[in-house]
Design a protein around this ligand. Structure first.
Ligand SMILES: [Zn+2]
Length: 175
């Protein structure tokens, strides 16, 4: 795949991660979505479910990685790429290293808490036994906009839950 083709397919897979983020938004969850891609196919998709599952570890990336491991039938995801709308936190970046993912692609960066080069870089930490390739800023504006809209809405009316996504026409209403 040449760089242009890769950028194009990164856009397509990030669009699906964004659809997952929209689902989180509709359920009043911090809108982060993730997909895992292997050999050009999405094998897992998930959105943040911390509130629903009452589980602080239920970040989109964690759920997508667990799903991908079960699809692959192995904890090693060495030929997989994770697409996530927001830069992974230290927990998720740690999980990515444990699963030995080949590459992580993210949208919005998180200079305060991101662990893929924002606040720190666990994905390429010299002391760890695995390092991943990082591609930052794919559909950055869309990925950041949905987070911004969510927190702006929360500030206006903290009681509103589940929240409404910025684009109600996207992705049906069934689930
Ligand atoms: Zn996380």
């Amino acid at each position: 795949m040449n760089p242009e083709e890769r950028a194009q397919s990164d856009d397509v897979f990030m669009a699906e991660a964004l659809r997952q983020a929209q689902r989180a938004y509709r359920r009043g969850e911090v809108p982060v979505g993730a997909v895992v891609v292997r050999e050009g196919r999405i094998i897992a998709r998930a959105y943040n479910q911390v509130e629903l599952l009452k589980d602080a570890t239920a970040h989109a990336e964690m759920l997508a990685l667990t799903m991908a491991e079960s699809v692959v039938g192995d904890w090693r995801l060495t030929d997989c790429t994770l697409y996530v709308t927001k830069e992974p936190c230290p927990m998720c970046a740690g999980a990515v290293v444990h699963c030995r993912l080949q590459r992580v692609v993210f949208g919005a960066s998180d200079p305060k808490g991101g662990a893929a080069g924002g606040a720190l870089n666990l994905l390429q930490f010299h002391g760890l036994n695995h390092r991943c390739e990082i591609t930052a800023g794919v559909r950055q504006d869309d990925c950041a906009a949905i987070l911004k809209a969510f927190f702006a809405e929360r500030r206006r009316d903290p009681s509103v839950s589940p929240a409404r996504p910025p684009d109600p026409s996207a992705d049906g209403s069934s689930n």
